[in-house]
Design a protein around this ligand. Structure first.
Ligand SMILES: [Zn+2]
Ligand SMILES: [Zn+2]
Length: 275
């Protein structure tokens, strides 16, 4: 079976999308007062290098080499249909993977907001403040988020028999859409807004206390279906959350931040954060 994508497609795609979206932000900024040089640019550039798709790729390799071989009997006992889609054509595997993965990610994202320990992790992504929301903000998150998202995806999809390069194609599409959804571009997608997530919708996700709307990654359809869509005509006036000042600002300190959660949960009620 010939390869759909070259192994270097991801790093090339990441570089190309980054340059193109950064240029578009300079040419047609939605919020013109925001420049390329902005607070915490250096930490977010480091996040791009460290995250990208690489944590997920490393996890997939670990799962393939050390986890899957030891779980054969378990999947058989549970009746999981191993390799169900492996014989299916790319024309079926690609759209199916895009929709399935996005649906699972929508629920993972909801869980990151709904459960207090997970919210402590996800706060790092929501620490994007006014003047910091651009394509690069897509990469500001805790590395444990990758573990959660990718474990929920690559293990079941690998078991079902999706081709590895179909999963890489999803990573490329996800990276481009992630860039665009965080970009300083006035993208609302017109009538397609009921299907595709957009910068307009995702900006409101970042404006909400602990987020209660627009959990979509690629597709907005899940939010419209489950009643969590919010898309006012104007951008929000403020991003972040009320106790943002308590979150450290450097990347190393943010990575260590969730370790304090067991102690922090005994703290007094955090203003603005509802259970
Ligand atoms: Zn975001
Ligand atoms: Zn969120």
């Amino acid at each position: 079976m010939s390869a759909l994508l070259h192994p270097l497609a991801y790093p090339f795609g990441l570089a190309l999308f980054s340059v193109v979206v950064a240029l578009l932000e300079r040419l047609r900024p939605w919020r013109p007062s925001q420049g390329f040089v902005r607070p915490r640019l250096g930490w977010d550039l480091l996040s791009l290098v460290l995250h990208g798709h690489y944590t997920g790729t490393a996890l997939a390799l670990v799962a393939q080499a050390w986890i899957l071989p030891h779980t054969e009997a378990l999947w058989t006992r549970l009746g999981v249909p191993r390799g169900l889609v492996s014989g299916w054509s790319l024309a079926v595997q690609i759209p199916l993977a895009l929709v399935l993965i996005d649906f699972v990610q929508w629920w993972v994202h909801r869980a990151l907001h709904a459960f207090a320990p997970l919210w402590e992790l996800h706060k790092i992504h929501h620490s994007i403040e006014d003047g910091e929301m651009d394509w690069l903000g897509s990469f500001r998150f805790h590395w444990m988020e990758s573990v959660l998202y990718k474990s929920a995806l690559y293990l079941p999809l690998g078991l079902l028999g999706f081709r590895a390069d179909v999963l890489m194609l999803h990573a490329l599409v996800g990276t481009l859409v992630g860039h665009l959804n965080h970009a300083n571009l006035d993208l609302g997608h017109g009538p397609w807004r009921y299907v595709l997530n957009s910068a307009r919708m995702h900006l409101w996700h970042h404006a909400d206390q602990r987020g209660s709307c627009n959990y979509g990654i690629l597709f907005s359809a899940w939010d419209w279906l489950f009643g969590t869509a919010r898309m006012p005509a104007d951008p929000p006036t403020r991003l972040g959350f009320d106790d943002l000042a308590s979150l450290p600002r450097s990347l190393p300190a943010q990575w260590l931040w969730p370790l304090r959660w067991p102690a922090a949960k005994t703290d007094a009620h955090t203003p603005g954060v509802t259970p």
